[in-house]
Design a protein around this ligand. Structure first.
Ligand SMILES: Nc1ncnc2c1ncn2[C@@H]1O[C@H](COP(=O)(O)OP(=O)(O)O)[C@@H](O)[C@H]1O
Ligand SMILES: [Mg+2]
Length: 354
């Protein structure tokens, strides 16, 4: 069997740039080398594209070392169907059968790079332009969840101008509809960047000021006293949700950036110690959310479960979830019987079948 030429793309102009480097390292190490020729493109924090030719363990130092590598881009020209390398020796073309964006957040998970792959005619892992864009924008995603009748925390959307100013009457609306405590989040961000919890009007204002630099649209949501439950969905037209559902027990008060990536005391419980009935309900909501948001390939669908009432509320969909060796998405599939190399095979199959 001929090997497939796969391009793993990592980094990018995103607040989750460094998480992407860790995910890419795992993806590169886990891809079955007997099936795939692996090509790699790194995108610096500033947005420079390079053909990465180092070892998997060197991905983490890509930004520091980027001048070692030749400039390279994905050509939007369908007759190229791949990478164009611009080195001192001239132009070289590399044909690609499929791409894996091992990227998170803006410019990787939001439909932008997906649009480039569409133009290029290159199959790629994960949801398309519309699914990626819907799930990246928390406010838009909530409108879709509502349309599907899936329970979620109440929310208010706040728009700011380019200076971060907003209509002050929004503060009254938030206090009336949601009360305190509430969570303040940039609508388009990720990895808990710019997110805070507010317990009074001063904190709410401070939270809005902290979120505003990340996005002109801010989501304010009622706080749920919640356990954090995560599910793993895979597939295109007939997606499946992994049998095993996970629970995260954050080391911090909420699952902030440090608790996610720096604090080793955050625990993953697999399976989540919840009833079979709650597990089924979550799996069904996960599939319904995946479908209404036009997801394909993969997504991690995250829920809150009220600590007192047991009520389940959909939180968000991550279309390109963390893919480190300790990340929930690959772990849930591993526990459900699909180890990471086989999972990547399935994801590439999904990409090429679409
Ligand atoms: N409404 C809420 N109630 C309670 N905790 C919340 C709420 N919204 C967010 N959080 C906490 O903040 C974390 C990050 O929020 P989330 O919406 O998942 O954004 P991100 O895209 O950054 O992961 C959650 O995992 C949870 O710990
Ligand atoms: Mg989250």
């Amino acid at each position: 069997m001929n090997k497939l030429d796969i391009c793993v793309i990592f980094g990018g102009v995103s607040s989750e740039h460094s998480v992407s480097l860790v995910s890419a390292t795992t993806v590169i190490k886990s891809l079955d080398k007997s099936k795939y020729n692996i090509h790699m493109i790194g995108i610096t924090k500033e947005g420079e594209w390079r053909l990465f030719t180092g070892e998997a363990d060197e991905v983490i130092d890509f930004d520091r070392d980027c001048n070692k590598y030749a400039h390279a881009i994905i050509s939007p020209d369908r007759s190229d169907r791949g990478i164009i390398v611009l080195s001192n020796d001239g132009i070289q073309k590399i044909k690609i059968d499929a791409a894996i964006p091992a990227m998170h957040g803006r410019n990787g998970e939001d439909g932008t790079i997906q649009g480039l792959f569409e133009l290029a005619g290159i199959p790629y892992v994960g949801p398309g332009v519309i699914g990626s864009a819907i799930c990246m924008d928390k406010c838009v995603a909530k409108i879709m969840f509502k349309a599907a009748g899936i329970p979620q925390a109440n929310w208010v959307e706040v728009r700011t101008d380019s200076n971060g100013n907003y209509d002050e009457s929004k503060l009254d609306e938030i206090e009336e509809k949601l009360g305190y405590p509430c969570f303040v989040k940039p609508s388009n961000a990720g990895s808990s960047v710019g997110i805070s919890k507010a317990s009074n009007r001063d904190e709410l204002k401070a939270g809005l000021a902290a979120a505003a630099p990340h996005d002109r649209k801010i989501l304010v949501e009622e706080a749920v006293n919640a356990r954090e439950i995560e599910s793993a969905v895979l597939g295109n037209e007939n997606p499946v949700c992994a049998d095993i559902i996970g629970e995260i027990v954050p080391a911090a008060e909420f699952y902030d950036y440090d608790a996610k990536y720096a604090d080793e005391n955050s625990k993953l419980l697999m399976p989540a110690p919840i009833s079979a009935e709650a597990t089924e309900r979550i799996r069904n909501y996960a599939l319904a959310a995946y479908k209404i948001c036009e997801c394909k390939g993969l997504s991690r669908v995250d829920f809150f479960m009220d600590k007192e009432t047991g009520e389940i509320k959909l939180n968000e969909i991550n279309t390109l979830p963390g893919f480190t060796s300790i990340s929930m998405y690959p772990k849930l599939w591993e526990k459900s019987g699909v180890e990471i190399s086989a999972l990547l095979d399935k994801l590439i199959e999904c990409a090429m079948a679409d």
